[in-house]
Design a protein around this ligand. Sequence first.
Ligand SMILES: [Zn+2]
Length: 429
Amino acid sequence: MTSYSVARQGLSVPTSHAARNPAAHRLPPSGAERVRRLLSAKTGIRLLIQFIFFYLLAPAAFASSPTVNDIKYWSNPNYTRVVISLGKESAFTSKLLKKDPSINVGWRRLLIDIKGARTTPNLDRSIPINDGLLKTVRAGQFDADTVRVVLDIDSIEDYKVFPLSNPYRIVIDVTGDKPADQGKAAGEVREPAASQPLGRIAPGRIKKIVLDPGHGGHDPGAIGKGGLKEKDVTLKLGRLLREKLHAKLGSRIIMTRDTDVFIPLEERTAIANREDADLFVSIHINSSLRRAASGVETYMLNLSRDEESRRLAARENATSRKAVSDLDFILNDLIKTAKTNDSVRLASMVQDNLVRKLNERFGGVKGNGVKGAPFYVLVGTRMPSILVEVSFISNPMEEKRLQDDKYLHEVVEGIAAGLMSYIGGAGSI
Ligand SMILES: [Zn+2]
């Protein structure tokens, strides 16, 4: 009975009984001794299994776990975007905690718990932000199965947490309680909104426009049969448009990229928000499996049931159609805060003027209208925002035109005329 209980409890000391009773080695084993030896053998097997799991199999299992390998942020005193990059998809929860003086935490905290995830050793565990909204962002292995990211809060009005895929990342947008204008540089004089005609914005009020040439770097975008790459055309258009708008409006024109470099989509949005831009224009070239497809279309952020638009969004988002469907859940919420009406008006004016200008010098340019689709790059923008699909690179004639400087010149004239119409200086270009 004693042997039995030792064997049961002393899992790692199977020799202790024999040491205390050397005779046990010489005599035939009793029934109890046989049970003990059997259990000891089982114990050995169990230890072996544990060894195999923890030292051989577990690292492989962890290696395939989602790994938090980077945390980045972009901020101004009224907006901070934090992006947590993970190797693969992972479930997560978020929770806003109240101040807790009982544990010496006199500020609110936003927790993001990522299930089944691990951190990498080279991850910065604590990132100081101190922008008036957030103090720090911290990440750590909360337990064996959870990575916890903590945002220490100074002052926030609202926040949104949503995932984007391929690669999987969790985006946290935090906004402040000051009206957007107060976040602008001190000393800047703005005309009172009440003096503006209803639904129009005086040119002086458009201080900053962010232009976003699509794709870049290792992401060429769509490629025409003749070899023309979308990323090269969009950059060329962006540079020409910057020059044109700066000359006409005197506004600051900021490009999300000015070279052949890859910028993640959520970073482009973050740049526009961090800059507190008044307008955001993303420039793309369309592509379709139907080689006859042609023309101009202008998009704003919205849900879409139109298959062609969803296919386009999946391509522009560099993700799957399923991921586009997943986005519907978060878009329902995000669209409420988007400047939807202004974006529709901006999209209409750019679309109409672009089609008109192109048709003045080049015949047969189709206007495919203003549409809504779930583009990642428009998710979370805090200003009127559009995405222009200038022409189809997959259409042989339009690919040829996109290599013609005269055509690009007209594209720029058209987009600029649309922006001027929106701003209120119609016909001045
Ligand atoms: Zn594109």
